[in-house]
Design a binder for this molecule. Structure first.
Ligand code: DQQ
Length: 581
């Protein structure tokens, strides 16, 4: 059933014809990595790289999700959008609506830069539904002096089901930041509001105070007039500026969401998410109502150890309570990983990750995420395998679906953990380094096993998703990697090996699941039932060339791994780019 691993290894790592063409390229001057210079690659401006079911506007630049909400039967998604081109700039709020979070109607931008409080940009903000069902949005504007200030906008006509037109409050900007230690160019991205026991509204705003990251806390009676509380919701000297804070409540082991503005049940925890270091990090803790402050359960001085919402290309996420299905949904922005000139050539840049349900694990130690069920409506042709066994060196080709647009669910069952190698806690500081050093070709005790996707006929291009199992005192630590180092022969791409570790109770559960949504240039993976998520961007030449790509399950560890269940579907194209008036 399996081809020889030797072939894979050979194809994977004997790039003799390419080695001579390797050169060092860098992205934004940060670090350096090897990338292959291919003599002849088709233009990157290929429709084949546009995603088929990950949201993106028909053209131009998109970044952060803004003000997501469910209102009167419609999901609203706003997004940072440049109406004039494929690079960041001239930012307005793009607007799209949906009834199912899968198919979207793109509307005219909801707000543009046309008042003194936002003449230099309408940046990130959040929506809140006030009692009586009034939606209200608070967002950051760049004013004429390039100070960051906060503005309010409201729908013009609440009986329009799409809330197409929005109007700005007369007293904008409603918030400005002055005072010693504050920096008015580091004051942005207000959260959704919540009500405290005193009946007053609260919001938090990302800031840098005296050089440290902070979520400043504000209170208001009417959501229009705000006063700063003299202490932040939370701050930490472990980092600088916090962008896009998100604050919400979760119940351990309960995947039903909570609305922050209702009474929070006993036993609930709170989560503070902040965006920094090009990723979204979070802390789980307690919101002390008396002190009106958040305290993390564990304070980690080294921010490299902070948990991440996603260990790949994911930033500026924002969550909202979906009252239709009583769940919390989180959306994040996934940037391109090509060059700016590639983006100009393509005429577009930026997608959303699939909206994910997000909840707290029963041990209250980490968040779990899973693509919203609605995405399964796009599943088409299905293939199913049961009872596979992958011995060391086995490579099993998964055929019969569209390997460039697919949803793959696979369970790996360990036949033994005796050969699990010892875990070194220092690896937690740099899991990506560990993914590079312990890649798919490096044979191990338990793992690496996983999937090879978007592989060209000759394997010169391929992306690898894999796990390794390590033994750590009483528990097991699982490494999950999304290794893009051979994902494309195209030059000047950012092709890291993303990765992270999660704890797993292998005594209780011997199966480690992997779900991967492949969507042309997007690869979004969920390991261990949503314990660790990695989204990545890939641009295989074979895809633009309309050549076949292959998908394999593999094992390169000494321990045999069973695959009791493997299901995969071709995914249909969502209606995302249909413009309606
Ligand atoms: N993007 C917005 C800012 C935010 C940043 C500007 C995060 O409001 O801090 O487009 O990506």
């Amino acid at each position: 059933m399996a081809q020889a691993w030797a072939f894979f290894l050979l194809a994977l790592f004997s790039f003799s014809s390419y080695v001579s063409k390797l050169f060092v390229c860098s992205r934004n001057g940060e670090g350096s990595f090897l990338c292959a210079r291919s003599p002849q690659v088709p233009s990157i401006a290929s429709e084949r790289y546009r995603t088929a079911y990950h949201f993106q506007p028909p053209k131009n630049w998109m970044n952060d999700p803004n003000g997501p909400m469910y209102y009167n039967g419609i999901y609203h998604s706003f997004y940072q959008y440049n109406p004039h081109g494929a690079l960041w700039g001239d930012i307005v709020w793009g607007h799209a609506v949906s009834t199912d979070l899968v198919n979207w109607i793109i509307l005219e931008p909801a707000i543009e830069r046309d008042t003194p409080g936002d003449i230099n940009g309408c940046w990130t903000g959040s929506a809140t539904i006030l009692p009586g069902g009034q939606p209200i949005v608070i967002y950051t504007g760049g004013d004429a002096e390039n100070h960051q200030v906060q503005n309010i906008m409201l729908p013009k006509n609440r009986s329009d089901p799409y809330l197409r037109e929005w109007t700005k409050a007369g007293n904008n900007p409603v918030l400005q930041l002055v005072g010693p230690g504050f920096n008015s160019s580091q004051f942005r991205d207000p959260t959704t509001g919540w009500i405290g026991p005193d009946g007053l509204w609260r919001i938090a705003i990302g800031a840098e105070v005296n050089g440290y990251g902070a979520a400043l806390l504000y209170k208001s009676e009417d959501f229009l007039n705000w006063t700063r509380v003299d202490h932040p919701l939370y701050s930490s000297n472990a980092s600088g500026m916090w962008e896009c804070p998100d604050f919400f409540a979760v119940l351990p082991g309960n995947n039903g969401g909570l609305d922050l503005s209702t009474v929070i049940p006993e036993g609930a925890k709170h989560v503070l998410k902040v965006s920094l270091d090009q990723c979204d990090k979070y802390m789980i803790g307690v919101y002390d109502l008396k002190r009106d402050a958040f305290s993390p359960d564990t304070v980690l001085d080294d921010r490299r150890l902070w948990l991440k919402i996603d260990y790949g290309n994911y930033y500026a996420s924002k969550s909202f309570f979906d009252s239709k299905n009583s769940r919390r949904i989180i959306w994040g922005w996934t940037n391109e990983s090509d060059s700016s000139s590639d983006d100009v050539a393509k005429g577009w840049a930026g997608i959303y990750a699939i909206p994910r349900a997000i909840w707290l694990d029963s041990d209250a130690k980490q968040l779990l995420q899973w693509p919203v069920d609605e995405i399964e409506s796009l599943r088409g042709n299905e293939i199913n395998h049961q009872g596979l066994e992958l011995n060391k060196g086995d490579l099993f080709e998964i055929k019969g679906i569209d390997t460039t647009q697919a949803d793959v669910e696979i369970d790996f069952e360990l036949t033994s953990t005796d050969d699990a190698e010892p875990f070194d806690p220092s690896w937690l500081l740099d899991a990506e380094k560990h993914c590079r050093e312990a890649g798919a070709s490096v044979h191990g005790g338990v793992g690496p096993f996983g999937l090879v996707i978007l592989a060209s006929d000759d394997m010169e291009e391929h992306t690898v998703l894999h796990f390794r199992v390590y033994k750590s005192q009483q528990k097991y630590m699982i490494l999950m990697c999304s290794d893009l180092r051979r994902s494309s022969l195209r030059p000047e791409l950012y092709t890291p090996a993303y990765g992270g570790f999660f704890e797993f109770d292998l005594e209780k559960e011997r199966k480690i699941s992997l779900r991967t949504l492949i969507d042309r240039s997007a690869v979004e993976s969920f390991g261990g039932g949503g314990r660790l998520c990695i989204i990545a961007r890939v641009y295989p030449v074979a895809l633009a060339d309309e050549r076949r790509t292959h998908m394999y399950a593999f094992n390169n560890g000494s321990t045999t791994v069973k695959v009791p269940q493997l299901k995969a579907w071709s995914m249909m194209t969502a209606q995302v780019n249909v413009k309606k008036g």
